[in-house]
Each structure stands twice: as structure tokens, then as C-alpha cells.
Design a protein around this ligand. Structure first.
Ligand SMILES: Cc1ncc(COP(=O)(O)O)c(C=O)c1O
Length: 472
């Protein structure tokens, strides 16, 4: 775009946004089983949007200039702490930022002789790898049980060294929706004097309601001895607009290690609780309003519906020939795989039928599979979802596995990406039938099959190049 010579009216701009969004996945209705969290109650999302808008131009940079931010944040963090075992916290922009701050706090609270390290289950979210990358921390991977997909306490114990600053557990891990043995992992960490972070980004505002609705949920929060910090995203099962998470610390001294201040310049004094400095208070307003609009009763009702839908989905999947649920998830995140058909083709088939089912690549001995995040709205459409999965499975069986051009995987594996510019990479992709400039509903099975056949480091190189191409 070039900047328009004259300003344009809001109506025209909104029409253009509607056009830009025409190929987007729908954010409501439950046919998109990742990325979006729908209560099925428009009035709740409308209240959040209005509050978001009201706080939009407030800058959280200086809490003394905008005391509303302090009051709202204390209320939101207080509600999270009340549900999840106490402590004090920080409102952040999302799971990644919460995790980043937890890793920074752990790193800065524990002086170690060598380069700081953390023990991270292989199923933990890549936000830990990102935090490690940004903060100069090394990751020691902790294997998971090949049947339950829960982190192995023995492996975690073996991974701890004199330089370990943090042990990580997930409640639950995203890929299979299972809760790691938090009490054991935290106990092991505590015995070695190491902090333990529970990543409850996806589960923190879900598991307590599922428990109250009758699910068996093991202890996982800050009340568990040895747990020193916990992340809980309100923009997931809190159903808040995006940009809302809380990181809790058991001890205010640890929270202070997450903060940053700088007086080393001649401008205004900088005090930041988060990675970002200037930022809109909109997400805070949206989260605050969502919590108030739903209340305990609302979340419990959504928890009941979510639990019923997750149970029905697991049961229905088990009855579809060729499919099997991975592990025994306590949460509402369900992954299913197959030894008989190509799950990437199944996912494309579902997309043709108007449903987005998220493909997950194989990793660390865990097979490729499809991930479904069940939310409050899923129950209304769970039978339709099962029908689509069954139909898509039949179609995938008929089509057979994604056919890769001969030698493609070897070609990609051997590519020296540094020798290719973005245009040459896009051309190469097009020559094997992958249109990187395309929109709409792309067939992804071939791309996923190629990525699946590559080691993680090569996948990462390709993904970075892909991003560079789509933004060029
Ligand atoms: C368990 C877990 N941790 C962390 C994150 C990262 O959250 P965000 O995308 O808000 O940064 C996610 C996102 O799905 C998650 O599921």
C-alpha cells in the first residue's frame, strides 16, 4: 500500500477490513479447534470488546499516570491467584511473555557457576525455547513417558545440574493435553534448591472448573510445595480477547526479579513489569470485563459443557475406524493419531468441509497427529465435528498418504538456505506445487509431510524462510 493522499472514512475502512478477512478462519462457532476460544455467548465477547475499546488508548507504561491500570491489574491478578494457590503476579500480553518473565526471574534469582540451564519436558511449549534463546539460557530436554506423554520425573532429576535455574512442568502440555506430575517434579526441584515453573497457560483457567465439574485433576498450582511460579493465559480458557495472561510468583522477591528498571539515560525513568514498555490497556480492560461478565457461575457452566464435549469427543474418536486418542488427557485438549491413514490428509479433508483441525508433526518419538482444543462452544457441535472427522478419515483412507515428488525430502534436507534468496525459495516451492503466496484453504498435507520427514533444526530453518517469503 502507499499511504493515501487524503484520509478515508471509517465505513469504507471497515468494508475493506471485511474484504481482507474473507479468507480468515471464523473466530466464533466452534469449527476452528485451535487459536480461538469461544464461549458461545456473544454478550460476553461484546462486553469485553466494549471494555477493551474503553481502555484502548490508556498506556500501561506509567502506572502513576493511569491508576486505573494498577487497580484493574490487581483485581485480575488477584482473581487468578485466588483460583490458583495464591502468590503475587504480573498481567502480561500472553503465554510467551509470562514464560519469558518466569525464566528471567528464575535466571536472575539463582546465581550459578556456569551458563544457566533449565530442564524442560519435550512436550513443553516452544515459548521456553524462545525464552532460552532470548535470555541466554540452555535447555536440557526432559523425555516424556511414551504411553502417557507425561514428563518423566527420573529424566527431570537426571537433567538437573549445578547450573540449572528452573525445572518446568506443564498443566497440561498443549500437544496431548495431559498434566505432568507437578508434585513430583516440583519436589525434585525443591530438593535441589531449584525453582519450578508450572506452565498452566492453557490449563490454569480450565482445570479448576473441570475439577469442580467432576473431572479428576491432580494438584498443579502454587499450593503444591516447590512450585515457585505459574503462568495462566486469560486469552485462552479465560475467554478474554487476545493479549491477556498472568504470571504468578510464590514469593514477591521472585516477582521483583522479573521486573526491569533503567535510569541509564537522560529521559523519563523506565520501570517495566513486562517485556513491552508502552502498550495499550485494552487487553487488560477486556480481561477484566470478561471475568466480571462470566463470573464463577459462567466459568463453571462453560467447564461443565467443555468436560461433556471432551468426553464425547474422545469416545466418538475411539469408535472411528483407524483413529486413536493419544494418552488419557485430563484436560479438554485431545490429540488423535492413526497407524492406518495420513492424518495430514485427514486435516485437509476436514478443511474442505469447513472445519479446521490442527495438524501436529511427529517429534521425540510421538507420532504425527491432529489436535483439537475443546472449548465452551464445542458441545453444541460435537456430533457434527465427529461426523466430519469420520468422513474425512474415510476420504483420507481412499486418497492414501500425501504423495511427495520423488527426492523432494532429500532435496529440502540438503538445501543450503543461506544460498537462496526469498524469491528463489518461493520459486523452488512453486516448482514442487507449493504456492506460498496463496490464500484461501491451502492443501497442506504435502508441506506437512515434508516437514515431518525433516529434523527439527531443518524444520525451523524452513519455517523462518516461509515467514520471510509470505511477508515479502
Ligand atoms: C501450554 C502453553 N504454553 C504457552 C503457550 C504460549 O501462549 P501464547 O501463544 O499466548 O504466547 C501456549 C499456547 O498455546 C500453550 O498452550
Amino acid at each position: 500500500m502507499s499511504l493515501p493522499e487524503k484520509g478515508r472514512g471509517a465505513e469504507e475502512l471497515l468494508a475493506e477490513i471485511a474484504r481482507l478477512r474473507q479468507d480468515d478462519l471464523p473466530v466464533r462457532g466452534g469449527k476452528v479447534t485451535a487459536y480461538v476460544y469461544d464461549t458461545g455467548r456473544p454478550e460476553v465477547h461484546e462486553a469485553a470488546a466494549a471494555a477493551y475499546f474503553e481502555m484502548l488508548e490508556v498506556n500501561t507504561l506509567d502506572p502513576t499516570a493511569f491508576p486505573s491500570v494498577v487497580e484493574m491489574e490487581k483485581q485480575v491478578v488477584g482473581a487468578v491467584a485466588e483460583l490458583l494457590g495464591g502468590g503475587c503476579g504480573i498481567f502480561t500480553s500472553g503465554g510467551t511473555e509470562s514464560i519469558m518473565l518466569a525464566v528471567k526471574a528464575a535466571r536472575d534469582s539463582r546465581r550459578v557457576p556456569g551458563r544457566p540451564r533449565m530442564a524442560v519436558p519435550v512436550t513443553a511449549h516452544p515459548a521456553f525455547h524462545k525464552a532460552a534463546h532470548y535470555l541466554g539460557v540452555e535447555v536440557d530436554p526432559v523425555e516424556v513417558d511414551p504411553v502417557t506423554f507425561r514428563a518423566s520425573p527420573e529424566a527431570a532429576e537426571a537433567a538437573i545440574t549445578k547450573d540449572t535455574v528452573l525445572v518446568v512442568a506443564s498443566a497440561p502440555s498443549y500437544p496431548q493435553g495431559v498434566v505432568d506430575p507437578v508434585a513430583e517434579l516440583a519436589g525434585i526441584a525443591a530438593a535441589r534448591g531449584v525453582p519450578c515453573h508450572v506452565d498452566a497457560c492453557v490449563g490454569g483457567w480450565l482445570l479448576p472448573w473441570l475439577r469442580e465439574a467432576g473431572a479428576r485433576i491432580p494438584p498443579f498450582d502454587l499450593s503444591v510445595p516447590g512450585v515457585t511460579s505459574l503462568s495462566c493465559d486469560l486469552h485462552k480458557f479465560g475467554y478474554s480477547p487476545k493479549g491477556a495472561s498472568v504470571v504468578l510468583f510464590a514469593d514477591p522477591a521472585l516477582r521483583r526479579r522479573a521486573y526491569f528498571a533503567s535510569a541509564s539515560w537522560p529521559g523519563y525513568t523506565v520501570i517495566n513489569a513486562t517485556v513491552q514498555s508502552s502498550k495499550s490497556a485494552g487487553p487488560l480492560g477486556g480481561a477484566w470485563a470478561t471475568l466480571h461478565a462470566l463470573g464463577r457461575e459462567g466459568y463453571l457452566e462453560l467447564g461443565r459443557a467443555t468436560l461433556a464435549a471432551a468426553r464425547r469427543l474422545r469416545e466418538g474418536l475411539a469408535a472411528i475406524p483407524g483413529l486413536r486418542v493419544l494418552g488419557d488427557p485430563e484436560s479438554a485438549l485431545v490429540a488423535f493419531g492413526s497407524d492406518e491413514l495420513d492424518v495430514f490428509v485427514l486435516s485437509d479433508e476436514a478443511r474442505k468441509r469447513g472445519w479446521f483441525l490442527q495438524p501436529q508433526l511427529s517429534y521425540a518419538g510421538i507420532p504425527a497427529n491432529i489436535h483439537v482444543t475443546v472449548t465452551g462452544v464445542t458441545l453444541r457441535g460435537v456430533e457434527a465435528m465427529l461426523e466430519v472427522i469420520a468422513e474425512s478419515a474415510r476420504a483420507a483412507r481412499e486418497r492414501g498418504p500425501a504423495r511427495l515428488p520423488e527426492g523432494l525430502v532429500e532435496l529440502v534436507a540438503g538445501l543450503d538456505l543461506d544460498a537462496l534468496d526469498d524469491a528463489a525459495f518461493a520459486e523452488l516451492a512453486a516448482s514442487v506445487g507449493v504456492d506460498l503466496g496463496g490464500s484461501g484453504q491451502p492443501e497442506m498435507a504435502v508441506v506437512n509431510a515434508v516437514l515431518d520427514a525433516l529434523p527439527a533444526s531443518k524444520r525451523e530453518e524452513i519455517l523462518i524462510r516461509f515467514l520471510s517469503v509470505i511477508y515479502s
